[in-house]
Design a binder for this molecule. Structure first.
Ligand SMILES: [Ca+2]
Length: 468
């Protein structure tokens, strides 16, 4: 009898200590800038539901995307690898801008995530999760083979193929959209339905909004409100404000769904953006630059993680983290295995979420590699491009270590060194004044490129075929 009681007690303890598998709601905004929410300092956009999540979770003030534009950022997110491993360097593989303006032949890379790369979604599936990709995919024709049971609206397209209003043509899952339905609202509804259907098992929703990517199309019923609202010093665009509010309203609906289903305490919510804001419509000040540049405005993004029972409400971390960290983080949260045969470049953020010090996370360098070109917006937006009216980015590599950040531009070997603690706007290039620091970071960057076999463009652009 005693043995039976002991065994029963042991079983109960084992169950209590068993690795829980929380649900994961991963909300990925597109082109949402570092300051485009109230909790990050917008003086015009309204995001009360996201602000509440920020109060309940941890905000990473120095969170980065692994790339300054959509496809490479998403490839890093899904693969857990820096760009030289997955080889998605840009949106598409064609050279950007005018051939006469490019000094180097760019590295085209590939435009599809290689099927031999194992995604975190596949690892979560193996761990028993029901997985859904709802919204923008961008890495192939179809997310299903990459570890998702369910796909709504995911195609190779990087923007809503038919815009934010129906008809959506042959876009998966959107054939019967009622007239006037705003796409962001529809994606939130799809996520809610998936969550309700799978409430009794661990689920992971990759809610990858097209918002707030172009085309800039307002949620019509909100437009008047923002047109009549006093403009902010930082932000003024009423259309953008409606697009952001639609994302935030959806957050409110999703959280209410979790409450109604009584699963809020068993659900981790992550909110993140794939790159900096769209220059002509928003502003990341005091950061320099915007989507497509490797200044802070192009790569530093909002990131918050709410994990009931683990993350201390209202906590903040200024430790630099980046897109490749999400893969091991998701796997650790889900008690899923890491892939055996695949190198992962990031680190799990779980120790930070638990409030534990972590020397490696605190002291490691972060890297970016962009061996291609991104043309400027051109035309009326040229006031945004005083540094380089032709290109948002020319071929470059970047490293951040502690407060220091070094850019290397391959066309002329130009180095730019900034101390982000004193100069978050990257206005004072210290490469000449701090030669020792400059050399140290440059060596670190070169060693990393060698180790990861990063291709550096060296051929003259004359060998480029004529561009579009
Ligand atoms: Ca994007």
């Amino acid at each position: 009898m005693l043995q039976k009681i002991l065994l029963f007690t042991l079983l109960c303890l084992t169950q209590l200590q068993a690795a829980p598998q929380p649900n994961i709601l991963f909300i990925y905004a597109d082109d949402l800038g570092w300051r485009d929410t109230s909790f990050m300092g917008s003086d015009f956009y309204e995001t009360p539901h996201l602000d509440q999540l920020a109060d309940q979770g941890m905000v990473f003030t120095d969170a980065y995307s692994a790339a300054a534009n959509c496809a490479p950022a998403r490839a890093a997110l899904l693969s857990g690898q820096y760009s030289p491993r997955h080889e998605i360097y840009n949106v598409g593989t064609r050279p950007r801008g005018q051939a006469k303006d490019r000094k180097l032949k760019h590295i085209p890379g590939v435009d599809t995530l290689r099927p031999d790369i194992t995604t975190w979604a596949q690892q979560l599936q193996k761990a028993g999760y029901q997985t859904a990709s709802i919204g923008k995919w961008h890495l192939s024709k179809d997310p299903i083979p990459y570890g998702f049971h369910h796909n709504i609206a995911g195609t190779h397209s990087g923007s809503p193929p038919k815009g934010y209003y129906p008809p959506h043509g042959k876009v998966p899952g959107l054939k019967n959209s009622p007239p006037g339905e705003y796409l962001t609202d529809r994606l939130n509804t799809e996520a809610i339905q998936f969550i309700k259907k799978n409430r009794d098992q661990p689920w992971m929703v990759y809610l990858t909004h097209f918002a707030v990517h172009t085309p800039l199309q307002p949620k019509k019923e909100l437009l008047k409100k923002y047109q009549q609202k006093k403009k902010g010093k930082l932000h003024q665009n009423a259309i953008m404000a409606t697009m952001i509010q639609a994302v935030d309203d959806g957050v409110g609906r999703l959280i209410q769904t979790l409450k109604d289903l009584k699963i809020e305490e068993q659900t981790v919510v992550i909110f993140y953006s794939d790159n900096g804001g769209y220059g002509p419509a928003t502003d990341m000040a005091p950061l320099k630059g915007y989507k497509g540049t490797y200044y802070e405005g192009g790569i530093r993004v909002p990131l918050l993680i709410k994990w009931p029972g683990v993350v201390k409400a209202g906590s903040r971390s200024s430790i630099p983290v980046t897109g490749v960290d999400i893969y091991p983080t998701l796997c650790e949260i889900a008690a899923a295995q890491l892939p055996e045969q695949q190198i992962l470049d990031g680190l799990s953020l779980v120790p930070l979420l638990q409030g534990k010090p972590h020397e490696t996370l605190q002291n490691r360098p972060l890297f970016w590699h962009f061996p291609a070109y991104l043309q400027s917006y051109g035309g009326a937006n040229n006031n945004l491009e005083q540094r380089d009216p032709l290109f948002r980015s020319r071929p470059c590599s970047i490293v951040r270590l502690g407060n220091w950040k070094l850019h290397e531009y391959f066309e002329d070997g130009g180095l730019e060194l900034y101390n982000l603690k004193d100069d978050i706007g990257e206005s004072n290039n210290l490469a000449q004044k701090k030669p020792v620091k400059s050399k140290q970071l440059h060596q670190l960057l070169k060693d990393w490129r060698k180790k990861i076999k990063a291709p550096v463009p060296t051929k003259k652009a004359a060998e480029n075929p004529p561009s579009q």
